[in-house]
Design a protein around this ligand. Structure first.
Ligand code: NAP
Length: 485
């Protein structure tokens, strides 16, 4: 049975072998790949609807957050790459890297070439923290630091790691990543895919104490149990906790009773607190976990961070915190805020500047009047905000694709749907787009760099990959392979 349809705006039958439904997905992180995969495996496609999907990314390599957001010492999560690779390697989804929406392609360009566009651009910026002194030298966004240690092509190669004492603000998994990477010895990261400049930078770090501050209590942390426990696996790093921070209100008790994750994490933290009583601190570096500290000011001298002031908080019975009026100072030379990510606005798409998401209803992108812009959709963090683990993005993609397929009889038909037309457009604009074959080439090149490093450093750790960082080098290696046609 064929479900090919005739959109209202076209007399051509769309969804057939000759004229497939053309869909552009912007962003090749998990959100974009899941959306493309779910569409290709939909019931409608099994029933005969023909779709043709092009996946765009502003970076020369695919995988978005997995390549540029997951900590290098999290190979388990990096393993998701294997699943994404399988999807893109099937050959039914074309990949175009190094193509920036807003610069290289506009919404009008996409609408001319595709019947539907799905934005899956994620969230890569740090949420703002509006306290005095946040602009001082030595005050950083955690997400920027993540981009640096993950070898993001568009951030500076050097990161100033000069502080002995560091404050990390926030009690989410990103704060844990940032604190763990800052406190770990660089040599213990050598088995990972960190680029050379990152290893060299971390190797010189004089850090002795990393302090992580949450504004609520131990039962309100947003960590996950595995990631929390992992802190204790860093070599030569002692974890330090403070008994006065262990406060639990009725809401905490309820959460511990009803939520296994909370119970496990409170147990882990409490056990560490008890164990440290009989265990002298022997490591050369310490990772301190503080609770009930609300940041009020980053203090400095000569434009540089010299400390941070917190107001101590107490729980109010509902799991939320209120200020006690008591101020405490910590001498630190660097502050990293990891209080959440924030999405970036997209040209020609209505944006909610409060929430950092594209204005949408279940993935249908809306205009200023609240009406669905025909054929335009969103999925992932740019749709619902930067919360949830990678797997949660699948449900999101399913909702968006379900809506797209429901709407498909009314989609505005693209004027230039031929697969070659978008390549011609990009080439005519001099865009050095990379392809899936190019990624295979770059992937092999990075693995070869890892092998060469391992051979040169006989007896040292085995490095599976060394990431290529400069964009031009990534593009050169990728474009040595067959270009997309
Ligand atoms: P998050 O989980 O939302 O945590 C943000 C933290 O910042 C919370 O502790 C929050 O405290 C705190 N915060 C917010 N505003 C603050 C302020 N003004 N002052 C002080 N503290 C403030 O965000 P995230 O850490 O960026 O993580 C984003 C998502 O990615 C999460 O779902 C996370 O689990 C996931 N992720 C997973 C991994 C992994 O390894 N599995 C790694 C990285 C990220 P309140 O709770 O009091 O608001």
């Amino acid at each position: 049975m064929s479900t090919a349809v005739s959109p209202k705006t076209s007399s051509v039958e769309i969804g057939t072998e000759d004229r497939p439904l053309r869909v552009a997905v912007i962003g090749s992180g998990p959100a974009g790949v899941y959306a493309a995969d779910i569409l290709t495996k939909s019931q409608e496609v099994s029933d005969g609807l023909k779709v043709s999907i092009d996946l765009f990314d502003r970076y020369p390599a695919p995988y978005g957050l997995i390549r540029y957001g997951v900590a290098p010492d999290h190979p388990r999560i990096k393993g998701i790459v294997n699943a994404l690779h399988k999807v893109l390697d099937r050959g039914d989804i074309r990949f175009f890297g190094n193509v920036d929406y807003g610069t290289d392609l506009s919404l009008a360009d996409l609408q001319e070439h595709y019947d539907a566009v799905i934005f899956a651009t994620g969230a890569i910026k740090d949420a703002d923290l509006n306290i005095p002194g946040i602009e001082l030298d030595g005050s950083y966004g955690g997400a920027d630091f993540v981009s640096w240690y993950d070898g993001h092509p568009d951030v500076p190669r050097e990161w100033p790691l000069e502080a002995k004492e560091i404050a990390v603000l926030g009690n989410g998994n990103v704060a844990l990543d940032v604190a763990r990477v800052l406190s770990k010895h660089a040599d213990d990261l050598l088995v990972t895919e960190i680029p050379e400049n990152v290893y060299a930078g971390l190797k010189k770090s004089p850090v002795t104490d990393v302090h992580v501050f949450g504004r609520r209590g131990p039962a309100q942390v947003k960590f996950t149990p595995l990631e929390l426990r992992e802190l204790s696996h860093s070599k030569d790093v002692d974890i330090v906790l403070y008994p006065e921070d262990f406060e639990f209100d009725e809401a905490s008790d309820e959460a511990i009773r009803t939520n296994n994750q909370v119970k496990t994490m409170v147990n882990t933290l409490t056990n560490w607190l008890v164990e440290q009583e009989d265990k002298p601190l022997t490591a050369s570096r310490r990772l301190h976990l503080h609770f009930l500290h609300n940041p009020v000011e980053v203090t400095g001298a000569d434009g540089r961070v010299t400390g941070i002031t917190f107001e101590r908080t107490e729980l109010n019975g509902t799991g939320n915190a209120r200020g006690t009026g008591e101020l405490v100072d910590y001498p630190v030379q660097a502050v990293y805020r990891s209080i959440g990510y924030f999405g970036s606005a997209l040209d020609d798409v209505e944006f909610d500047h409060q929430r950092g998401v594209v204005v949408n209803d279940g993935g249908r992108v809306l205009d200023a009047a609240g009406t669905h812009v025909p054929g335009v959709y969103s999925t992932g963090w740019i749709k619902r905000g930067p919360v949830g683990l990678i797997g949660h993005t699948k449900g999101d993609a399913l909702e968006t694709i379900t809506h797209l397929l429901t709407d498909r009889t009314g989609l505005p038909a693209a004027a230039r749907p031929e697969a070659a037309a978008i390549v011609e457009l990009l080439d005519s604009r001099g865009v050095e787009h990379t392809s899936w074959e190019g990624w295979i080439e770059l992937d092999a090149h990075e693995k070869a760099l890892g092998e060469a490093w391992t051979a040169e450093n006989d007896g040292g750790p085995v490095r599976e990959r060394v990431k290529v960082v400069p964009r031009a080098e990534m593009v050169d290696v990728s474009r040595g392979a067959a270009a997309v046609v």
